[in-house]
Design a protein around this ligand. Structure first.
Ligand code: PGA
Length: 247
């Protein structure tokens, strides 16, 4: 019922030339069993959008204000101008290193939706929170705060990525049971806020050390609708293997 969505998050990797050459290599093998995409640096977005016929091209962040004294930031109208249709917000690296809060993520989501750009909203607990058994509490409150005040019809179309911070770039992936349980929890939070119909439609990704060897087992879980992938999305060979694995 829900079409899976698999997005590579390139983080601070790839020059414009490297991004375009990756996209040219991978775009032709994209198939329609899932939506596939990559999130690039702001600089590489414009050429990446032009190079991609099948791949989704996403920004990795945005600001919620349209313009002003925010040195180094990029606004939603700037993304609109170059035809960007997707944007990751609230990635744990943004939260941990650049001070992004649930409140800011909520404002960004609202601004993106107003511009018809689909947010990919990230959530997830730290290792300390996981070990203290606080995952449910932390993730529920992130979802509640990040989605506050949104319209159900808009929530149905967006993407949520559950990324336990202890599994990001560590090679220590969450078991499929842990990933499924938290994705199911997220779906039940969405149901509480917006009703079952919206919850049945919203796509929820798992992220954290996903690779060609384990993607299929995550996607077999009922509440996992795809993946947000860092390291394994950087090389043409391994992203190709991921695309082929979910055929
Ligand atoms: P990883 O990163 O696949 O390298 O763990 C995931 C992410 O940060 O989105």
């Amino acid at each position: 019922m829900r079409k899976p969505i698999i997005v590579g998050n390139w983080k601070m990797n790839k020059t414009i030339a490297e991004a375009v050459s990756f996209i040219k290599a991978v775009d032709p093998i994209v198939h329609d069993k899932a939506d596939f995409g990559v999130a690039t640096s702001f600089l590489a977005l414009q050429d990446s959008v032009k190079a991609a016929k099948n791949l989704i091209i996403a920004a990795e962040n945005c600001h919620f204000e349209d313009s002003g004294a925010f040195t180094g930031e990029v606004s939603v109208p700037m993304l609109e101008e170059i035809n960007v249709k997707w944007c990751i917000i609230g990635h744990s690296e943004r939260r941990q290193m650049f001070g992004d809060t649930d409140e800011a993520v909520n404002k960004k989501a609202k601004r993106l939706i107003a511009a018809h750009i689909t947010p990919i909203i990230c959530c997830g607990e730290t290792l300390a929170q996981f070990e203290a058994g606080k995952t449910t509490q932390v993730v529920s409150s992130q979802i509640e705060n990040c989605l506050a005040g949104l319209a159900g019809a808009d929530v149905a179309r967006l993407v949520i990525a559950y990324e336990p911070i202890w599994a990001i770039g560590t090679g220590r992936s969450a078991t499929k049971e842990i990933a499924q349980n938290t994705c199911a929890l997220i779906r039940s939070e969405v149901a509480k806020m917006f009703g079952k119909e919206v919850a049945d439609k919203v796509r929820i990704q798992y992220g954290g050390s996903v690779k060609p060897e384990n993607i299929v087992e995550y996607m077999a879980e009922p509440d996992i609708d795809g993946a947000l992938i860092g390291g394994a999305a950087l090389k043409v060979d391994s992203f190709t293997a991921i695309i082929n694995a979910v055929k």
